[in-house]
Design a protein around this ligand. Structure first.
Ligand SMILES: [Zn+2]
Ligand SMILES: [Zn+2]
Length: 134
């Protein structure tokens, strides 16, 4: 199982919440805002998993706001989703590069961009092999 380690692009603090487990791994925790309400949103840190947990009921197809739980910065990216035209939300990968997800509930668009794809591929391969050997 490959997990992504992300941090806030603004304050640089880790967005991984070790107390909250999804898919058996520490989840990515961000502040979700919708219709004037706030709640934590937990996303699976497992690569390729769409598991999420939140108390805030954002209707399917609606766009929610994503903020850093540490510095409260808006995580909205300048990029738009090429599927639904909603705003993408960006997180920095700890080892360089970015993960972007669509802010529209129900849209599964996400992009992972590595600063150095070759090195990252190698890291993925290594952690896969490590998991395989454990
Ligand atoms: Zn922050
Ligand atoms: Zn979208």
């Amino acid at each position: 199982m490959i997990t992504v380690n992300v941090k806030c692009p603004h304050c640089g603090k880790s967005l991984i919440d070790k107390k909250k487990l999804i898919d058996g791994k520490p989840a990515i925790g961000v502040k979700l805002t919708y219709a004037g309400k706030n709640s934590m949103l937990y996303l699976s840190s497992v690569y390729g998993s769409y598991s999420v947990e939140t108390d805030l009921n954002v209707p399917n197809g609606k766009i929610a706001g994503f903020r850093c739980p540490h510095c409260n910065a808006d995580l909205k990216s300048t990029r738009k989703c090429d599927v639904c035209n909603g705003h993408m939300v960006a997180f920095d990968l700890k080892d360089g590069g970015q993960v972007q997800i669509c802010s529209r509930r129900g849209c599964k668009k996400h992009i992972i961009e590595f600063e150095d794809p070759k090195r990252e591929l190698e890291a993925f391969y290594k952690s896969y092999l490590k998991a395989y050997n454990e």
